[in-house]
Ligand binder design. Structure first.
Ligand SMILES: Nc1ncnc2c1ncn2[C@@H]1O[C@H](COP(=O)(O)OP(=O)(O)OP(=O)(O)O)[C@@H](O)[C@H]1O
Length: 291
Protein backbone atom coordinates (compact mmCIF):
# COMPACT_ATOMS: atom_id res chain seq x y z
CA UNK A 1 0.00 0.00 0.00
CA UNK A 2 1.38 3.39 -1.00
CA UNK A 3 0.70 6.42 1.12
CA UNK A 4 0.49 9.64 -0.88
CA UNK A 5 0.46 12.91 1.00
CA UNK A 6 0.19 16.21 -0.79
CA UNK A 7 0.32 19.70 0.70
CA UNK A 8 -1.18 18.44 3.95
CA UNK A 9 -1.89 20.95 6.69
CA UNK A 10 -3.35 20.36 10.13
CA UNK A 11 -4.24 23.42 12.19
CA UNK A 12 -4.89 23.44 15.93
CA UNK A 13 -6.34 26.92 16.38
CA UNK A 14 -3.74 29.18 14.83
CA UNK A 15 -0.92 26.61 15.26
CA UNK A 16 0.01 24.52 12.22
CA UNK A 17 1.02 21.08 13.54
CA UNK A 18 1.60 20.11 9.89
CA UNK A 19 2.28 22.74 7.29
CA UNK A 20 2.19 21.82 3.61
CA UNK A 21 3.58 18.30 4.00
CA UNK A 22 4.18 16.49 0.71
CA UNK A 23 5.65 13.04 1.04
CA UNK A 24 5.20 9.50 -0.26
CA UNK A 25 5.62 6.29 1.72
CA UNK A 26 6.22 3.34 -0.59
CA UNK A 27 4.99 -0.19 -0.08
CA UNK A 28 7.15 -2.53 2.02
CA UNK A 29 9.75 0.04 3.02
CA UNK A 30 11.07 0.75 6.50
CA UNK A 31 10.84 4.45 7.38
CA UNK A 32 12.28 6.40 10.28
CA UNK A 33 10.07 9.40 11.06
CA UNK A 34 12.27 11.83 12.95
CA UNK A 35 12.24 15.33 14.39
CA UNK A 36 12.28 17.28 17.64
CA UNK A 37 9.43 17.32 20.16
CA UNK A 38 6.47 19.10 18.62
CA UNK A 39 7.74 18.72 15.03
CA UNK A 40 4.45 17.09 13.95
CA UNK A 41 5.36 13.38 13.85
CA UNK A 42 2.45 12.13 15.97
CA UNK A 43 -0.01 14.33 14.07
CA UNK A 44 1.23 12.92 10.76
CA UNK A 45 1.02 9.31 11.97
CA UNK A 46 -2.51 9.78 13.33
CA UNK A 47 -3.57 11.40 10.07
CA UNK A 48 -2.23 8.42 8.10
CA UNK A 49 -4.06 6.08 10.49
CA UNK A 50 -7.33 7.93 9.81
CA UNK A 51 -7.71 9.22 13.39
CA UNK A 52 -7.35 12.88 12.43
CA UNK A 53 -8.87 14.76 9.51
CA UNK A 54 -6.45 17.18 7.87
CA UNK A 55 -7.40 20.87 7.68
CA UNK A 56 -6.39 20.94 4.00
CA UNK A 57 -4.44 18.94 1.45
CA UNK A 58 -4.69 15.31 0.36
CA UNK A 59 -3.82 12.02 1.97
CA UNK A 60 -4.64 8.80 0.18
CA UNK A 61 -3.68 5.19 0.70
CA UNK A 62 -3.71 3.28 -2.57
CA UNK A 63 -5.84 6.14 -3.88
CA UNK A 64 -8.42 5.98 -1.06
CA UNK A 65 -9.03 8.23 1.95
CA UNK A 66 -8.37 6.44 5.26
CA UNK A 67 -10.77 8.45 7.46
CA UNK A 68 -13.76 6.26 8.44
CA UNK A 69 -12.77 3.71 5.80
CA UNK A 70 -12.85 0.25 7.41
CA UNK A 71 -11.28 -1.44 4.35
CA UNK A 72 -8.20 0.74 4.69
CA UNK A 73 -8.12 0.96 8.49
CA UNK A 74 -7.96 -2.81 8.98
CA UNK A 75 -4.64 -2.66 7.11
CA UNK A 76 -3.15 0.03 9.37
CA UNK A 77 -1.97 -0.58 12.91
CA UNK A 78 -0.71 2.39 14.94
CA UNK A 79 0.99 1.72 18.25
CA UNK A 80 1.38 4.73 20.53
CA UNK A 81 3.95 5.46 23.20
CA UNK A 82 1.24 4.93 25.84
CA UNK A 83 -1.36 2.60 24.44
CA UNK A 84 -3.62 2.92 27.53
CA UNK A 85 -5.23 -0.49 27.35
CA UNK A 86 -8.66 -0.79 28.96
CA UNK A 87 -7.99 -1.49 32.60
CA UNK A 88 -10.46 -4.30 33.21
CA UNK A 89 -9.10 -6.70 30.62
CA UNK A 90 -6.48 -9.39 30.63
CA UNK A 91 -3.59 -9.52 28.19
CA UNK A 92 -5.28 -12.42 26.37
CA UNK A 93 -8.51 -10.36 25.97
CA UNK A 94 -6.61 -7.43 24.46
CA UNK A 95 -4.94 -9.81 22.01
CA UNK A 96 -8.29 -11.43 21.18
CA UNK A 97 -9.87 -8.06 20.38
CA UNK A 98 -6.90 -7.12 18.18
CA UNK A 99 -7.05 -10.49 16.40
CA UNK A 100 -10.71 -9.85 15.51
CA UNK A 101 -9.93 -6.44 14.05
CA UNK A 102 -6.91 -7.30 11.90
CA UNK A 103 -7.63 -9.89 9.19
CA UNK A 104 -4.00 -11.03 8.82
CA UNK A 105 -3.43 -11.42 12.58
CA UNK A 106 -0.74 -14.00 13.38
CA UNK A 107 -1.42 -15.92 16.57
CA UNK A 108 1.93 -17.62 16.13
CA UNK A 109 3.78 -14.28 16.18
CA UNK A 110 1.77 -13.14 19.20
CA UNK A 111 2.60 -16.33 21.10
CA UNK A 112 6.28 -16.22 20.24
CA UNK A 113 6.56 -12.56 21.27
CA UNK A 114 4.67 -13.10 24.53
CA UNK A 115 7.35 -15.61 25.42
CA UNK A 116 10.22 -13.41 24.27
CA UNK A 117 8.94 -10.44 26.31
CA UNK A 118 7.97 -12.70 29.26
CA UNK A 119 4.38 -11.49 29.25
CA UNK A 120 1.70 -13.73 30.76
CA UNK A 121 -1.61 -14.04 28.90
CA UNK A 122 -3.55 -14.10 32.18
CA UNK A 123 -2.14 -10.87 33.57
CA UNK A 124 -4.61 -8.06 34.09
CA UNK A 125 -3.68 -4.98 32.08
CA UNK A 126 -4.26 -2.99 35.30
CA UNK A 127 -1.13 -4.56 36.75
CA UNK A 128 1.14 -3.98 33.78
CA UNK A 129 4.27 -1.90 34.26
CA UNK A 130 5.05 0.80 31.67
CA UNK A 131 7.54 -1.56 30.02
CA UNK A 132 5.01 -4.42 29.93
CA UNK A 133 2.42 -2.09 28.35
CA UNK A 134 4.96 -1.15 25.70
CA UNK A 135 5.73 -4.84 25.11
CA UNK A 136 2.02 -5.58 24.66
CA UNK A 137 1.74 -2.72 22.15
CA UNK A 138 4.74 -4.04 20.23
CA UNK A 139 3.27 -7.56 20.17
CA UNK A 140 -0.01 -6.21 18.75
CA UNK A 141 1.83 -4.11 16.16
CA UNK A 142 3.87 -7.05 14.90
CA UNK A 143 1.20 -9.76 15.16
CA UNK A 144 -1.31 -7.53 13.33
CA UNK A 145 0.64 -8.10 10.08
CA UNK A 146 -1.05 -4.99 8.71
CA UNK A 147 0.27 -3.66 5.40
CA UNK A 148 1.10 -0.41 7.20
CA UNK A 149 2.43 -0.72 10.74
CA UNK A 150 3.25 2.47 12.62
CA UNK A 151 5.15 2.71 15.90
CA UNK A 152 5.17 6.07 17.69
CA UNK A 153 7.98 5.86 20.27
CA UNK A 154 6.76 2.44 21.35
CA UNK A 155 9.54 1.70 23.85
CA UNK A 156 8.62 3.85 26.90
CA UNK A 157 9.62 1.95 30.03
CA UNK A 158 11.49 -0.78 28.15
CA UNK A 159 15.02 -1.32 29.42
CA UNK A 160 17.92 -1.44 26.96
CA UNK A 161 17.85 -5.23 26.52
CA UNK A 162 14.09 -5.25 25.84
CA UNK A 163 14.53 -2.39 23.34
CA UNK A 164 17.21 -4.32 21.47
CA UNK A 165 14.92 -7.36 21.50
CA UNK A 166 12.23 -5.14 19.93
CA UNK A 167 14.62 -3.99 17.19
CA UNK A 168 15.65 -7.60 16.46
CA UNK A 169 12.09 -8.92 16.22
CA UNK A 170 11.06 -5.88 14.21
CA UNK A 171 13.77 -6.59 11.64
CA UNK A 172 12.98 -10.30 11.55
CA UNK A 173 9.23 -9.67 11.04
CA UNK A 174 9.93 -7.04 8.40
CA UNK A 175 12.18 -9.42 6.46
CA UNK A 176 9.86 -12.41 6.73
CA UNK A 177 6.60 -10.51 6.20
CA UNK A 178 7.38 -7.31 4.30
CA UNK A 179 5.11 -4.35 4.98
CA UNK A 180 5.45 -0.61 5.31
CA UNK A 181 6.84 0.23 8.71
CA UNK A 182 6.97 3.77 10.06
CA UNK A 183 8.91 4.12 13.28
CA UNK A 184 9.13 7.40 15.15
CA UNK A 185 11.89 7.55 17.69
CA UNK A 186 14.28 9.86 19.50
CA UNK A 187 16.74 6.98 20.10
CA UNK A 188 17.89 7.20 16.49
CA UNK A 189 21.30 5.57 16.70
CA UNK A 190 19.90 2.48 18.44
CA UNK A 191 17.69 1.71 15.49
CA UNK A 192 19.20 3.52 12.50
CA UNK A 193 20.47 0.27 10.93
CA UNK A 194 16.83 -0.66 10.28
CA UNK A 195 15.87 2.52 8.43
CA UNK A 196 15.80 2.34 4.66
CA UNK A 197 14.57 5.87 4.39
CA UNK A 198 14.49 8.77 6.78
CA UNK A 199 11.81 11.46 6.84
CA UNK A 200 12.59 14.33 9.17
CA UNK A 201 10.03 16.96 10.14
CA UNK A 202 10.82 20.41 11.43
CA UNK A 203 8.11 22.84 12.59
CA UNK A 204 5.43 20.83 10.78
CA UNK A 205 7.31 20.74 7.48
CA UNK A 206 9.33 18.00 5.75
CA UNK A 207 12.96 18.95 6.28
CA UNK A 208 14.42 15.86 4.66
CA UNK A 209 13.50 12.64 2.84
CA UNK A 210 16.62 10.61 2.10
CA UNK A 211 17.97 7.13 2.41
CA UNK A 212 19.74 6.64 5.74
CA UNK A 213 23.03 5.91 3.93
CA UNK A 214 22.78 9.10 1.93
CA UNK A 215 22.26 11.19 5.07
CA UNK A 216 25.44 9.75 6.58
CA UNK A 217 27.31 10.11 3.29
CA UNK A 218 26.30 13.80 3.19
CA UNK A 219 27.79 14.45 6.63
CA UNK A 220 31.33 15.18 7.70
CA UNK A 221 32.98 16.04 11.00
CA UNK A 222 36.41 17.60 10.70
CA UNK A 223 38.83 18.71 13.40
CA UNK A 224 42.24 20.28 13.52
CA UNK A 225 43.92 23.66 13.80
CA UNK A 226 41.35 26.46 13.67
CA UNK A 227 42.83 28.10 10.54
CA UNK A 228 42.98 24.79 8.66
CA UNK A 229 39.38 23.96 9.56
CA UNK A 230 38.25 27.47 8.57
CA UNK A 231 39.97 27.07 5.20
CA UNK A 232 38.34 23.70 4.62
CA UNK A 233 34.77 24.72 5.55
CA UNK A 234 34.71 27.75 3.22
CA UNK A 235 31.61 27.54 0.99
CA UNK A 236 30.29 24.51 2.89
CA UNK A 237 27.23 24.22 5.11
CA UNK A 238 28.34 24.16 8.76
CA UNK A 239 25.74 22.66 11.09
CA UNK A 240 27.82 22.88 14.27
CA UNK A 241 31.24 24.09 15.34
CA UNK A 242 33.33 24.38 18.49
CA UNK A 243 36.74 25.88 19.13
CA UNK A 244 38.85 25.15 22.19
CA UNK A 245 42.33 26.60 22.57
CA UNK A 246 42.97 27.04 18.86
CA UNK A 247 41.62 23.60 17.91
CA UNK A 248 38.36 23.51 16.04
CA UNK A 249 35.75 20.86 15.26
CA UNK A 250 33.18 21.55 12.59
CA UNK A 251 30.26 19.44 11.43
CA UNK A 252 29.20 19.82 7.83
CA UNK A 253 26.26 18.70 5.74
CA UNK A 254 25.92 18.64 1.97
CA UNK A 255 26.58 16.64 -1.16
CA UNK A 256 30.09 15.60 -2.15
CA UNK A 257 31.81 16.09 1.22
CA UNK A 258 34.96 14.01 0.87
CA UNK A 259 36.74 12.28 3.75
CA UNK A 260 39.90 12.04 1.63
CA UNK A 261 39.90 15.72 0.80
CA UNK A 262 39.59 16.61 4.50
CA UNK A 263 42.34 14.19 5.47
CA UNK A 264 44.66 15.45 2.75
CA UNK A 265 44.10 18.96 4.18
CA UNK A 266 45.67 17.67 7.40
CA UNK A 267 42.38 17.32 9.27
CA UNK A 268 40.90 14.45 11.20
CA UNK A 269 37.69 13.50 9.48
CA UNK A 270 34.83 11.07 9.92
CA UNK A 271 31.17 10.68 9.02
CA UNK A 272 28.62 11.69 11.65
CA UNK A 273 26.02 9.37 13.18
CA UNK A 274 22.46 9.62 11.86
CA UNK A 275 21.26 10.86 15.26
CA UNK A 276 23.88 13.59 15.39
CA UNK A 277 23.03 14.78 11.86
CA UNK A 278 19.28 14.87 12.54
CA UNK A 279 19.69 16.62 15.91
CA UNK A 280 21.99 19.27 14.44
CA UNK A 281 19.86 19.86 11.34
CA UNK A 282 16.61 20.12 13.29
CA UNK A 283 18.23 22.55 15.75
CA UNK A 284 19.81 24.71 13.08
CA UNK A 285 18.27 28.21 13.22
CA UNK A 286 19.21 29.04 9.64
CA UNK A 287 21.68 27.59 7.17
CA UNK A 288 25.19 28.84 7.73
CA UNK A 289 27.54 28.76 4.74
CA UNK A 290 30.95 30.37 5.20
CA UNK A 291 32.07 32.66 2.40
N1 LIG B 1 -4.75 18.01 20.09
C1 LIG B 1 -3.96 19.06 19.98
N2 LIG B 1 -4.37 20.30 20.31
C2 LIG B 1 -3.58 21.38 20.17
N3 LIG B 1 -2.29 21.33 19.72
C3 LIG B 1 -1.81 20.12 19.39
C4 LIG B 1 -2.61 18.93 19.49
N4 LIG B 1 -1.85 17.88 19.06
C5 LIG B 1 -0.65 18.39 18.73
N5 LIG B 1 -0.63 19.73 18.92
C6 LIG B 1 0.51 20.62 18.63
O1 LIG B 1 0.96 20.33 17.33
C7 LIG B 1 2.39 20.34 17.28
C8 LIG B 1 2.89 19.00 16.77
O2 LIG B 1 2.64 18.02 17.77
P1 LIG B 1 2.98 16.48 17.59
O3 LIG B 1 2.50 15.75 18.80
O4 LIG B 1 2.48 16.03 16.27
O5 LIG B 1 4.59 16.52 17.56
P2 LIG B 1 5.65 15.32 17.70
O6 LIG B 1 6.67 15.57 16.65
O7 LIG B 1 4.95 14.02 17.69
O8 LIG B 1 6.28 15.57 19.14
P3 LIG B 1 6.88 14.52 20.23
O9 LIG B 1 8.22 14.08 19.70
O10 LIG B 1 6.99 15.36 21.45
O11 LIG B 1 5.90 13.39 20.37
C9 LIG B 1 2.86 20.71 18.68
O12 LIG B 1 3.10 22.10 18.72
C10 LIG B 1 1.69 20.34 19.54
O13 LIG B 1 1.64 21.17 20.69
Amino acid sequence: MNIQIEDLTKMYGTKAALNGVTVTFEENKFYGLLGKNGAGKTTLMHTIAGHILPSSGHLTIDGKHPFNNRDILKEICLINESSNFKKRLKVKDVLKIASLFYPNWSEETAESLLQKFHLERNLSTKGLSKGMESALGIIIGLASRTKITIFDEPYIGLDASARYLFYDVLLEEFQQHPRTIILSTHLIDEVSRLFEEVIALKDGEVMMQETAEQVIENSLQVSGKEEAVNRFVKGKRVIDEKTIMGMKTAELYGEGLSLEEAKSSGLEAERMTLQNVIVKLTEEEEEKVYA
